[in-house]
Design a protein around this ligand. Structure first.
Ligand code: PA5
Length: 454
């Protein structure tokens, strides 16, 4: 259906049912026009992020690579972390020949402690990324990192160990940047966290890791520019968005993204956040209760053929499985011809793993289609920075159009506020006492089903 072949990526037909795709639908046209209006007014900046000026970032990163640094510790969470992690893990070793990169997102004290015990503060650059500047998880870890460095190299030198990426004007981190000697980069105010991978949020850590960020942006630009008109946007991403919603209307409200490439595993995590946080909403723009959303689920082929596929084949008919398929792998191994394998497996001998992998994908997809389950495929001719960039931008567009079709705000996340307030209340923030009280009322009790383990 969609052809993104110059960037090495395309999406093959989605519906395996007899249903006609909802192309040409007037609601798609309206959604796309509304989105374009929001692009033109500057309200939504993600559409311009493929044009981010990457040369100054790359030049700055090259200077750092000529200094004493061996590692970077990237502190951020959600949209401030998942994009860089996904892109970096999709890279070949030769495409990440910069600093060793470690991501600190979860607050698990054991994981945090492991990182600080293992890394050397003398040779580690701390990259702190938070648009709001007030995210508990990020700022807590950053505070530990600052102290860790200052103790080793002294307060004065510690400044040159910190790179802060935040809003250009607003927020607590920006206030600190202005009083410090840290390196700093700005996140465009009109680009939200999960849409920010192609801004300094993703590009700075990637450049420090030695990743070719220009190529990543070029892939995103290629698909965006190829589908610049309202008609092209509608045909490419609008139809995909409408198909997801048509399936959801029929009760298929879970989207399994199943990657048959380990290099794309973290890209699925990036997608899951984008899709879940953008589209899972209680109210539409008119303030009516709608409780919409399509639950994203990560799966890995072939591993989950031995874990989840039984459920996808025979369980509730509520899943659409979207495959990430790679046509050409950069590395391969052949099963040796000798000694002979047992008769039942002999046909595998002499075959490359890529061929077996492809057959397993075709087997799973074919079986699901045979069982009447909807499937789609994102096909990477090769996993390259360009095809990854095209994938990132495509999903941002599909998500945005889906939000317009649902008439919700795909760019906020009001549902996470209450949990944050409760945590602040429990930790003693003034003005948050009622939230702490709420948590106490709601804490699980053994007689209400909580299980106390040893
Ligand atoms: O997509 C989003 O907006 C969120 O996932 C944020 O990126 C996440 O909550 C982190 O926010 P911040 O960058 O303000 O620390």
């Amino acid at each position: 259906m969609l052809s993104y072949d110059s960037s090495g990526l395309y999406q093959a037909g989605m519906l395996s049912t007899d249903q006609a795709p909802p192309s040409g639908d007037a609601s798609i046209q309206r959604a796309v026009e509304s989105l374009q209006g929001r692009f033109e007014s500057g309200e939504l900046g993600f559409v311009d992020t493929p044009d981010t000026e990457f040369e100054p970032i790359e030049a700055w990163a090259k200077e750092r690579l000529n200094e004493q640094w061996e590692a970077q510790l990237v502190i951020g969470i959600g949209g401030s972390s998942l994009g860089a992690r996904a892109v970096l893990h999709s890279a070949l070793p030769s495409q990440r020949d910069g600093l060793d990169t470690y991501f600190a997102d979860n607050l698990d004290p054991e994981s945090v402690d492991r990182l600080f015990s293992f890394l050397d503060p003398e040779t580690t650059l701390v990259v702190v990324i938070t648009k709001s500047g007030t995210t508990i998880e990020t700022m807590s870890q950053f505070w530990i990192a600052r102290q860790w460095i200052a103790e080793e190299v002294g307060e004065k030198r510690a400044d040159r160990h910190v790179v802060a990426i935040t809003d250009p004007k607003e927020g607590e981190l920006r206030k600190m940047v202005d009083k410090s000697g840290w390196y700093d980069f700005s996140i465009p105010p009109n680009v939200g966290g999960r849409f920010s991978v192609l801004t300094p949020v993703g590009l700075v850590p990637l450049a420090l890791a030695g990743y070719p960020i220009g190529e990543l942006l070029a892939g995103a630009q290629a698909v965006r520019d190829r589908h610049a008109s309202a008609e092209a946007i509608a045909k490419a991403w609008g139809v995909a968005a409408a198909e997801h919603l048509a399936l959801a209307d029929e009760g298929v409200d879970e989207l399994v993204m199943m990657t048959y490439s380990d290099r794309l595993r973290d890209l699925v995590d990036w997608f899951c956040q984008l899709w879940a946080e953008s589209l899972g909403k209680a109210k539409n723009r008119a303030g009516e209760l709608v409780h919409v959303g399509i639950t994203p689920i990560k799966a890995v082929g072939v591993v989950d053929q031995h874990s989840q596929v039984q459920l996808y084949m025979e369980g509730p008919k509520n899943k659409h499985v979207s495959f990430l398929e790679v046509r050409n792998f950069d590395r391969d191994r052949i099963i040796p011809d000798s000694p002979p394998m047992p008769e039942a497996l002999r046909h595998l001998q002499g075959k490359p793993l890529s061929q077996i992998f492809a057959a397993e994908l075709q087997g799973t997809r074919g079986a699901l289609m045979e069982a009447g389950r909807p499937t789609s495929s994102w096909i990477f001719e090769r996993v390259t920075p360009r095809s990854v960039g095209a994938f990132l931008f495509s999903w941002q567009m599909i998500t945005a159009v889906t939000g317009e079709l649902l008439q919700i705000n795909a760019f906020d996340q009001p549902g996470v506020e209450l949990g944050k307030r409760i945590a602040h209340g429990l930790l003693g923030r003034s003005g948050h006492e009622e939230f702490a009280e709420l948590a106490r009322r709601r804490s699980p009790r053994p007689d209400a089903g909580a299980v106390q383990l040893l």
